[in-house]
Design a protein around this ligand. Structure first.
Ligand SMILES: NC(=O)c1ccc[n+]([C@@H]2O[C@H](COP(=O)([O-])OP(=O)(O)OC[C@H]3O[C@@H](n4cnc5c(N)ncnc54)[C@H](OP(=O)(O)O)[C@@H]3O)[C@@H](O)[C@H]2O)c1
Length: 338
C-alpha cells in the first residue's frame, strides 16, 4: 500500500547560534503525483552538511538562504515511486537535491540514477559524493601535495578531511590530522594511516602541532578556522598552499572574529585559495571513477554517523556543528526498499 502522507521539514525561524528543533517545523500534506517530465521519489538517505548552517542565515553568501516557511534544502537519495519520464521507473534509486522531505517531486534532469548493486547507497552522499569530491578537487586543484611534504588536515576524521588526508598519503606526503578527542585521533592514525593526529580539544594545540610538524607545513587543508587555523598558519613553510575549504568553527557566530595578520603570506609566497566544489562540476564524475574501485576494494576508508528519522534532522545538524558526528553525518528517512 503506497504511503499517502508526505512529511516535510520547513524553516520556522532563523536560528541564533546552534540550530534547534524549534527553529523548524514538520508539516504534512498529501504525496503529490508527478506532472509531465517529473519523478516522484521516496527519501531513503538525507545528507547533513555544514553548509546548511549558511542557508539558515539571511546574509550574503555564494548561495541564497532558505526562506521562512520553505522546505529545508539538502541532498538525498531516494527510490522512484512514480515517474512521468521514460528515463526513470518505479524502483530506480536516484540521487538529487530535494530537501528535507519524505517524498519529493523533481524534474527528471535533476536526478542521477544509482546502481543498487554497487557501493552502499549512503556512500553516494559522502565518500563518493559531494564531500569526497570536495577533498579531491581541493587537493588536485590547490593543495597539490608532493612526496615528502608535510600536509595538515583539520576536521581530519570528517567527511571531507578523511578523504583529503588519504589522498595526501597516496601522494607520498607526511600527513598530520587535527581532530577533536582521542577516539577520532586514534581512528585517523590507525585506520586512515595518517602519520600523526593532534587533539585540538586538549590544551597546548600550537605546541602539539609544532611537535607533530618538525619540518613545518607545506599544505594546509582548512576545514575549521579559529584557533586551529592560527596554529596551522604559524607553521606554514615558504611556498605553502592553503586550501580554504571551510571554517566550520564560526558558522554559528553572528559576529565574525578578527582575522589573522597575513603579512607572512608575502614573504613566504604562500598561496591561499578558496574553493566551492560546484565550481568544477567535472570533478564529480572524475572522482567517482577514481574512488569507486578504492571503496570497493576497501583501500579508501570512511565512516558514517546515522541518525534515524526525518524529525531528528535538526538535531543531526546541531550535532554536526558541535563535532558530535564521526565521519559523514546522515539521516535515515526510510528503508532501502519497501
Ligand atoms: N568548499 C566547499 O565546496 C565545501 C564542500 C563541502 C564541505 N566544505 C567544508 O568542509 C568542512 C568539513 O565538512 P564535512 O562535511 O566534512 O564536515 P565534518 O568534518 O564531517 O564535520 C564537521 C567537523 O568539524 C569539526 N568542528 C566543528 N566545530 C569545531 C570547532 N569549533 N573547532 C574545531 N573543529 C570543529 C568537528 O570535528 P572534530 O570533532 O574533529 O572537532 C566536526 O565533526 C566544513 O568547513 C564544510 O563547510 C566545503
Amino acid at each position: 500500500m503506497p504511503e499517502t502522507t508526505r512529511r516535510s521539514m520547513v524553516l520556522r525561524r532563523r536560528p541564533v547560534g546552534v540550530p534547534r528543533a524549534e527553529d523548524f517545523e514538520l508539516v504534512e500534506d498529501t504525496v503529490p503525483a508527478p506532472g509531465a517530465g517529473e519523478v516522484l521519489t521516496r527519501t531513503i538517505w538525507l545528507s547533513i552538511d555544514p553548509y546548511m548552517r549558511g542557508r539558515l542565515a539571511d546574509r550574503p553568501s555564494y548561495a541564497p538562504p532558505v526562506q521562512i516557511g520553505e522546505v529545508m534544502t539538502g541532498e538525498n537519495i531516494g527510490e522512484v515511486v512514480a515517474s512521468s519520464d521514460p528515463g526513470f521507473a518505479p524502483g530506480d534509486v536516484v540521487r538529487g537535491s530535494r530537501g528535507w522531505q519524505t517524498h519529493s517531486l523533481s524534474p527528471a534532469a535533476a536526478l542521477t540514477k544509482l546502481d543498487r548493486h554497487g557501493p552502499p547507497l549512503s556512500a553516494h552522499l559522502g565518500v563518493l559524493g559531494m564531500p569526497g569530491t570536495t577533498a579531491y578537487s581541493g587537493m588536485k586543484d590547490i593543495g597539490q601535495p608532493k612526496s615528502g611534504e608535510t600536509v595538515v588536515i583539520s576536521a581530519a576524521s570528517g567527511a571531507v578531511g578523511s578523504v583529503a588526508g588519504q589522498l595526501a598519503k597516496r601522494a607520498g606526503a607526511r600527513v598530520v590530522g587535527i581532530a577533536g578527542g582521542p577516539d577520532k585521533c586514534l581512528w585517523v592514525q590507525e585506520t586512515l594511516r595518517f602519520d600523526d593526529c593532534v587533539d585540538h580539544r586538549l590544551p597546548g594545540l600550537p605546541q602539539a602541532l609544532a611537535d607533530a610538524c618538525p619540518n613545518g607545513i607545506d599544505v594546509y587543508f582548512e576545514n575549521v578556522g579559529g584557533a586551529v587555523q592560527a596554529a596551522a598558519f604559524a607553521l606554514l613553510n615558504p611556498h605553502a598552499r592553503v586550501v580554504m575549504c571551510g571554517m566550520v568553527a564560526q558558522y554559528n557566530e553572528r559576529e565574525m572574529p578578527p582575522g589573522p595578520n597575513l603579512g607572512f603570506v608575502v614573504g613566504k609566497r604562500v598561496r591561499i585559495e578558496g574553493m566551492i566544489v560546484s565550481d568544477k562540476p567535472e570533478r564529480f564524475a572524475e572522482w567517482r571513477a577514481l574512488a569507486g574501485p578504492w571503496v570497493k576494494e576497501g583501500s579508501l576508508h570512511y565512516r558514517e554517523t546515522v541518525i534515524d528519522g526525518l524529525e531528528n534532522a535538526p538535531e543531526a545538524l546541531a550535532l554536526l556543528l558541535r563535532g558530535g558526528n564521526f565521519g559523514k553525518m546522515l539521516v535515515r528517512v526510510g528503508p532501502d526498499s519497501v
